[in-house]
Design a protein. Sequence first.
Length: 180
Amino acid sequence: MTPPGTSSRHHILSVLVENKAGVLARVAGLFARRGFNIYSLAVAPTDDDRFSRLTIVVDVESAPLEQITKQLFKLINVVKISELDPARATEMELLLMTVRSEPGVRSQIMELVGIFEGRIVDVSPDALTLVVTGPPGKVDDFEELMRPYGIVELQRTGRVALPKLDRQAPRLRSVTGKVV
């Protein structure tokens, strides 16, 4: 079963690249030249400032995934490419939205923000700016619930993802070296 917010035609690529000027332009240019469709793209430095991580959600109907990864590996600054299975990845997205908030509905909006574990980050007499983070499906659901109130502006970051951690606990050994 495909998780909410992800269709089977989209795949997540985590691309580790050298943190140098022009790398993002070369990756974007490659996608444009080859006619590959990018569904979502997020870029940020890693814990090692020599590298950046690109999280690219690609539309595999525009090109086979194998072809996309082969073309990416041809770029000199690409260090590593990992395909992340949505079922075995932790995906997050951030939504920043300004929504109309007449005095009569402001409390309803505030309640929904609380339910979705969001925050109100700016207030005016007739609008609120909200932030919600979470898996793409959660962000999609929140966006849809806000539509009837009147979305003034909306910005989403695109997905970022990392592989889920191994949940196998290491086997314990006694002081004698025997497995417990």
